[in-house]
Design a protein around this ligand. Structure first.
Ligand code: ZN
Length: 84
């Protein structure tokens, strides 16, 4: 099943990020889906946005999420270490 989700999207370095709906690809066997209710944009995100950490664009910002731990995927145990 393909899902849409709101995301903070940075289209290019030093461009203001925008909140857009993005479409998520089908899960690969080595991926899991976590429903995230809120995210924070941290200094690492700002460093990427301002080009201090060279990563490809466009990219989704907000790596610090709050979740109800709703996980779906072929092998949700992949995230066991992450969630403990
Ligand atoms: Zn962070």
């Amino acid at each position: 099943m393909i899902h849409g989700s709101l995301a903070i999207v940075a289209s290019a370095p030093n461009e203001p990020p925008v909140i857009n709906e993005v479409i998520l690809d089908e899960l690969r066997p080595d991926e899991a889906y976590i429903e995230v209710h809120a995210v924070g944009v941290c200094l690492a995100d700002l460093a990427v946005l301002h080009g201090h950490i060279p990563l490809p664009f466009p990219r989704v910002l907000g790596d610090e999420g709050e979740s109800q731990t709703y996980i779906r995927g072929r092998d949700p145990t992949l995230l066991t270490d992450l969630l403990i």
